[in-house]
Design a protein around this ligand. Structure first.
Ligand code: X2X
Length: 360
């Protein structure tokens, strides 16, 4: 009798324990998610784009009540610095998500080169029209076909050229300059076309190359130039907005689709909100007071460098802006690239981009 009640006790305890396992493993409960989701990005946390990625991590945690925890891996650490591999690896699910530049996706998805056609987009208004228009939609469809879900448009920014030799005002000024460029082929093509001597290098190796003077110059937006203190290496900057580098927040499609709807919604909202913050960081001081006010009023954030041009000048840089005539010389010089690159980008997408911008 005593033995029997002991059995009964064991049986009862087992049933309770088992049912608890079921309760906690039920859909929508914490046990269902990974302990940690890996996110890749090519820069460090001090860059504006890195700060946006951190905001995303925080907002996702907040909006999912701590159920989804993302760990950022900076400097393409999970890719051993091979920045152009990010979309492939996220598509396999080895890395779960990314806060990544379109340039770094362009070898896998050539459509992304729409943003890298030289002197095509020119200003923030045009870029916004594209991202929130037909172009952005088409780009997200391309990502979908590649096993990725595009969640939001963030930004690295319009790219500016810097160097240690001379102020650049004409294609002739670029002649023979050894410039570090990202390994996406359109960058090599563009600078060869302009008479420079481009060398492609991962960002992870670039700063050492600046330090050692292995290269004379490089090109990147202020969100990189200011945090990396480019004036330590280069005295001259030309602000020519020659092309733009959006950042897309994206997730492995299979995994994202399997999330419950409320989690999907929370992650999307976090992506959009973090991107608004991040874009404002990258545009601060370059679009009048607009982005500075977004930061202050919506995010209670005071920009440390409210005027990147003045700040670079205060550090001893000579910042050059092109006149219309000077700009036209670059436009003429880079025209032949369109013949080669529009077929790679896709003529239909090129037409969509022009339509979004209201260009003939
Ligand atoms: O490699 C670069 O220049 C950088 C940091 O801007 C990108 O990742 C595209």
């Amino acid at each position: 009798m005593k033995k029997f009640s002991l059995y009964l006790k064991y049986a009862l305890v087992s049933v309770i324990a088992l049912s608890m396992v079921f309760v906690f493993a039920a859909p929508g409960q914490a046990g269902k998610f990974k302990k940690e989701y890996k996110m890749t990005l090519n820069v460090g946390p001090q860059f504006y784009w890195g700060m946006g990625a951190i905001k995303f991590v925080e907002l996702v945690k907040q909006k999912t009540n701590g159920q989804i925890n993302i760990k950022p891996y900076y400097g393409s650490a999970l890719l051993k610095g091979a920045q152009l591999k990010s979309p492939q690896i996220v598509a396999t699910g080895v890395i779960d998500c990314a806060y990544e530049s379109t340039i770094n996706s362009s070898p896998v998805m050539p459509e992304m080169n729409i943003f890298s056609l030289p002197f095509f987009i020119n200003n923030f208004e045009n870029l916004d029209k594209m991202e929130y228009g037909q172009t952005g939609k088409a780009i997200f469809e391309v990502m979908d076909k590649n096993g990725l879900v595009g969640l939001a448009w963030a930004e690295n920014g319009f790219r500016q050229v810097t160097n240690s030799k001379r102020a650049i005002r004409s294609p002739q000024d670029l002649e023979g300059l050894r410039l570090r460029v990202v390994g996406s082929p359109i960058f090599i093509d563009t600078f060869r076309q302009l008479g420079a001597d481009p060398v492609n290098m991962n960002w992870g190796d670039a700063v050492t190359a600046f330090q050692q003077g292995v290269v004379d110059g490089q090109e990147n937006p202020v969100g990189v130039l200011i945090p990396v203190q480019i004036w330590q290496y280069h005295k001259y900057a030309t602000f020519w907005n020659y092309l733009v580098d959006p950042v897309i927040v994206y997730w492995n499609k299979k995994q994202f689709s399997a999330f419950p709807k409320d989690i999907q919604k929370a992650i999307r909202e976090a992506a959009v909100e973090s991107a608004r913050f991040e874009k404002a960081l990258c545009r601060a001081g370059l679009d009048g007071d607009k982005s500075l006010n977004i930061l202050k009023n919506e995010f209670n954030y005071t920009m440390k460098v409210p005027n990147p041009v003045k700040y670079a000048e205060s550090k001893g840089m000579t910042v050059t802006f092109l006149s219309d005539a000077e700009r036209n010389a670059f436009i003429e010089a880079t025209k032949p690239l369109y013949e080669k690159w529009i077929p790679k980008v896709g003529k239909a997408l090129y037409e969509k981009a022009k339509a979004d911008m209201g260009k003939p």
